[in-house]
Design a binder for this molecule. Structure first.
Ligand SMILES: Nc1ncnc2c1ncn2[C@@H]1O[C@H](COP(=O)(O)OP(=O)(O)OP(=O)(O)O)[C@@H](O)[C@H]1O
Length: 251
């Protein structure tokens, strides 16, 4: 459902993503792994619309979407989280979900002036949805606390709830396990599996190989801007080219 053809972007002389072609199925939890600097985050930025490709095509559900800005991708059902979450620290945990863009061009102004009751009902519905999602990610009890008090793992859960506010068809997760304690990591893993069972696809950048082995199939390995190989976790882990790519990255 998310197709990438010969996509490329360079930074000066550096080919950060160098002719990548991949299909990401909405039925899969796909892992994107590879040594530091392989181009994984740059590929995410291209998919999510924060970076424009210099070559190649991206299609979402058959439609060309390369070059569309991030908010347009979000509204088409492609949501992403960041390696380092950036919640609005002074807003409450609940308010952090309420500020997720909910654009319906042309409707806001009209609603506000002609049918204020409808706006109020919509806000109540949004608030209810936000509360449900906070309960789902186990943050319900913290709804009215300022987001700055959340731990790193709780911030990752808040990000997950935030992207779900947009009713995504596919979610790109950037290192969901990084800096997360084992108990919260288990919650994150279970929620990813719950969401996946509801028919939402994932692409996950992750260095935690246990998480990758437990929940991801297929596993795409990138190195030096290219796709090195794709397969199940056990196959790619024993592939000598993958081992070489990681050893080449060792200090
Ligand atoms: N905005 C930028 N300007 C210049 N170079 C960049 C920029 N963004 C990324 N790069 C370079 O592009 C290459 C790929 O970076 P990228 O962040 O995509 O790798 P990665 O696989 O996500 O690595 P990591 O696992 O360390 O996050 C790196 O050499 C990086 O230094």
């Amino acid at each position: 459902m998310l197709e990438v053809r010969d996509i490329a972007v360079t930074f000066g002389a550096l080919k950060a993503v160098d002719g990548v072609s991949l299909n990401f199925a909405s039925t899969a939890i796909t892992a994107l792994i590879g040594p530091n600097g392989a181009g994984k985050t740059t590929l995410f930025n291209l998919l999510a619309g924060t970076l424009k490709p210099q070559a190649g095509e991206i299609r979402l559900a058959g439609e060309r979407v390369d070059g569309l800005p991030a908010h347009a991708m979000f509204h088409r059902g492609l949501a992403r989280t960041f390696q380092i979450p950036r919640p609005f620290g002074e807003l409450s945990v609940l308010e952090n979900l309420m500020v997720v863009p909910d654009e319906r061009p042309g409707e806001r102004f009209y609603d506000n002036w002609i049918v204020p009751g409808r706006v109020r009902r919509r806000e109540l519905a949004l608030r209810e949805r936000a509360r449900e999602l906070l309960d789902f990610v186990t943050l319900g009890a913290l709804a009215d606390q300022p987001a700055r008090i959340l731990s790193g793992g709780q911030q990752k859960l808040l990000e997950l709830a935030r992207v779900l506010m947009g009713d995504p068809k596919m979610i790109l997760l950037d290192e969901p396990a990084a800096g997360v304690n084992p108990a919260l990591l288990q919650v994150i893993v279970e929620r990813i599996q719950d969401i996946h069972r509801r028919g939402i696809g994932f692409v996950i950048i992750e260095h935690n190989i246990d998480l990758v082995t437990r929940i991801c199939d297929p596993v795409v390995v990138m190195a030096q801007g290219r796709v090195l190989t794709t397969g199940d976790a056990a196959t790619v882990r024993s592939d000598p080219r993958v081992i070489d790519a990681y050893l080449g990255d060792a200090p």
